[in-house]
Design a protein around this ligand. Structure first.
Ligand code: DA2
Length: 337
């Protein structure tokens, strides 16, 4: 049966993106490898068609990790962009007092909506870049592991492209997380943004369409080399603790994924600070002229310590979130194999 009869165009697009068994390489036309890839894609598509719950269930761990990690992210963003807090504890106490528990969950809706797409782009581009560089499928990769340079390049490519998709969602998240007003009460002034959609509309109106991509260059720099390192750390730790040719156990995947998240966030924190600051500076105020200007003026005004704001909380949050992310990624690839 042709693969086109098994899946709808929408499914085909998602599958091609996520799965490393994409049948779409033109240079393989007519070759044995291409026929094998098409057969693998057919059975893969068939199993997804029969068990649509699989994809839905597998997306949940990422969302659960995101919800649990969001309060940490809010504290981090506030520490990086506001000067009103003396440290993590002060920020937690003030947020709780003024805004209750809900204050920690501000700006969470867009990340929840976008996480599936953003993770699919990251892991899909990573997997497909590795496939293009090594010509080995995910299953074959345990027997013929790619070099760390190939893993790094694939990770950087995935990181760069995920940042392009993430930019507007991340901007809205950061703007909403920084609203410190308590819930609307009679007589109190309303917050600047009433919700994510109002935030998008206001930015569009006040700062123009480019406003939605404020801080995007800093975000791309933040996500490109650190994500190369993210996948190299993960691969290295998996290979260290797994006998040659075997798949890593779930415990190994959790630990390696957690460490990969923590290490990459430690490296990424200085650019994360710059990114958040640029996102908060509205285009109209023209507070910074670019990434370099933001780096120089932040360092001049607040010292070099400014680049490490939120480092502890960022690294702690990254462990569980990325442990779960890698576990679902591995599970997804194996259940589709
Ligand atoms: C250092 N960076 C930017 C990353 N490691 N990014 C990939 C992991 C993203 C994950 N959803 C998280 O929020 O940690």
């Amino acid at each position: 049966m042709s693969r086109h009869s098994l899946v709808t165009p929408k499914q085909r697009c998602t599958l091609t993106f996520i799965c490393s068994k994409s049948p779409c390489f033109p240079w393989e036309r007519g070759s044995e490898k291409r026929r094998w890839r098409e057969a693998a894609f057919d059975s893969h598509a068939e199993s997804c068609r029969k068990q649509p719950w699989r994809r839905r269930v597998l997306k949940q761990p990422g969302a659960v990790g995101l919800v649990l990690g969001h309060p940490f992210d809010t504290v981090k963003v506030r520490l990086q962009t506001q000067t009103a807090y003396r440290g993590i504890v002060d920020c937690v106490v003030k947020t709780y007092r003024h805004e209750s528990l809900l204050g920690f969950f501000k700006g969470m809706s867009f990340p929840i909506v976008s996480i599936a797409v953003v993770n699919s782009v990251l892991f899909g581009v990573y997997s497909n870049t590795l496939l293009a560089l090594t010509a080995t499928s995910h299953q074959e990769r345990r027997a013929q592991p790619p070099s760390y340079t190939q893993v790094f390049i694939a990770g950087c490519t995935g990181g760069f492209l995920q940042a392009c998709c993430l930019a507007p969602f991340d901007l809205v998240k950061v703007r909403l997380q920084n609203q410190t007003e308590p819930r609307a009460q009679l007589g109190s002034p309303p917050p600047r943004y009433r919700g994510p959609v109002h935030c998008v509309a206001s930015i569009f109106r006040e700062e123009g369409p480019r406003g939605l991509f404020r801080g995007a260059w800093a975000l791309m720099l933040r996500d490109t080399p650190p994500l190369g390192l993210y996948f190299v750390t993960y691969e290295w730790l998996c290979r260290q603790s797994t006998p040659d040719g075997q798949n890593p156990s779930s415990a190994t995947v959790l630990v390696a994924g957690g460490f990969a998240g923590t290490t990459s966030w430690m490296i990424a924190t200085p650019l994360d600070v710059i990114k958040s600051r640029m996102q908060m500076a509205g285009l109209k105020q023209r507070e910074y002229r670019g990434v370099l200007d933001c780096i120089v003026s932040s360092a001049r005004q607040e010292g070099l310590g400014v680049f490490f704001r939120g480092l502890t909380i960022n690294s702690a949050r990254a462990f569980p979130v990325n442990a779960v992310t890698f576990l679902s990624y591995e599970y997804l690839l194996h259940s589709w194999a």
